[in-house]
Design a protein around this ligand. Sequence first.
Ligand SMILES: NC(=O)c1ccc[n+]([C@@H]2O[C@H](COP(=O)([O-])OP(=O)(O)OC[C@H]3O[C@@H](n4cnc5c(N)ncnc54)[C@H](O)[C@@H]3O)[C@@H](O)[C@H]2O)c1
Ligand SMILES: O=C(O)C(=O)C[C@@H](O)[C@H](O)[C@H](O)COP(=O)(O)O
Ligand SMILES: [Zn+2]
Length: 365
Amino acid sequence: MYKLLHELQVELGERSYPIIIGKGMLGEFDLSGYVGGSQVMIVTNDVVAPMYLEKAKASFPGKTIDALVLPDGEKHKDWQTLNLIFDALLENQHTRKTTLVALGGGVIGDMTGFAAACYQRGVPFIQIPTTLLSQVDSSVGGKTGINHPLGKNMVGAFHQPEVVLIDTDSLQTLPPREVSAGLAEVIKYGLIRDTAFLDWLEQAMGQLVAFDSEALGEAIFRSCACKADVVGQDERESGIRATLNLGHTFGHAIETFAGYGNWLHGEAVGTGMIMAADLSLREGSINRADYDRVVRIVLKAGLPSQPPEQMTPADFMSLMAVDKKNVDGKLRLVLLKAVGEAEVTSEASPENLKATLNAFCYQDN
Ligand SMILES: NC(=O)c1ccc[n+]([C@@H]2O[C@H](COP(=O)([O-])OP(=O)(O)OC[C@H]3O[C@@H](n4cnc5c(N)ncnc54)[C@H](O)[C@@H]3O)[C@@H](O)[C@H]2O)c1
Ligand SMILES: O=C(O)C(=O)C[C@@H](O)[C@H](O)[C@H](O)COP(=O)(O)O
Ligand SMILES: [Zn+2]
């Protein structure tokens, strides 16, 4: 029998939905009430399927279930793989009443959500995230999409799920590197809006990297609460939601430069948050002790603190020029006003930005 730990609600009027967090949920918790029609298509990958697909099927009693197993990895978050979802839906005669189910990490969640946003002009979908990163971040909020060779998440749609089901037991099979990657987004919430959470993370980090189930459950709950609150205020990123991008302007540039999948998203965000903190220090909005605090917690989570060796300041500048936050050709960055408070600004001094890039890149332009 499952154990329900927490239930939260993302408040978005008629698009509101619950986030259900517990242990032993997969296969035990009945999700069929969230499926409008009779058809379900579970989309997963070749790493997750052997571990969790049969269990996931058992969460939809009474439904006709098809499953699609995609190749694993960030490098497959692309048009070709997305098309495999449409192929499978059409080959199996899925109608407008079908429900897609994303079973896996953020890559599967983003692609399945985007397929759901597009298929026959939009069908419902359910998120069953199985990585720490997807449980604390990507399964909540309705950002869906794929990568383009020239930029991360450049093609996509906002499309909210019907429900997010989080089984914390699934984390026990994750490689340690993936837990660290998920912790980057967890730390992000502390840095942008919750100093009490950051204090807690500093003392709980040892347990978190050691897969302590209770600590992970708490981190997931508090992260989802932060994200649900932000998304509830600003579903389509016209304001406060952009602060969830702390570290991502630098981080997305790193992921694109390195070739999708060579740096994990969370690793790039970890280094990106340190670079954003360095720029915030140069801008005079945080002090040296704050900066050191950011570096310490990122390192304690087992994340990298330097971009790839071959990456130059010019590489950063050209890749950051396609960031989705930019307006009228002007870079907009998320910087720290304090530890626990973030702002989106296009006013960072070009000299300070140059100094940050020079400080972190091994190579000159
Ligand atoms: N939509 C959003 O709001 C949002 C937020 C953050 C990140 N993202 C996106 O999410 C992606 C990163 O997600 P991710 O870190 O989950 O990566 P991922 O989906 O690639 O999963 C990481 C690895 O873990 C494997 N895996 C999944 N569950 C497992 C389990 N329980 N046990 C063992 N292995 C398991 C996967 O197959 C994969 O190899 C990026 O594409 C990023 O851009 C989106
Ligand atoms: O939900 C959001 O909003 C975020 O920015 C969460 C990020 O962690 C996530 O990586 C997101 O996919 C980035 O979005 P993008 O619009 O910068 O591509
Ligand atoms: Zn992210």
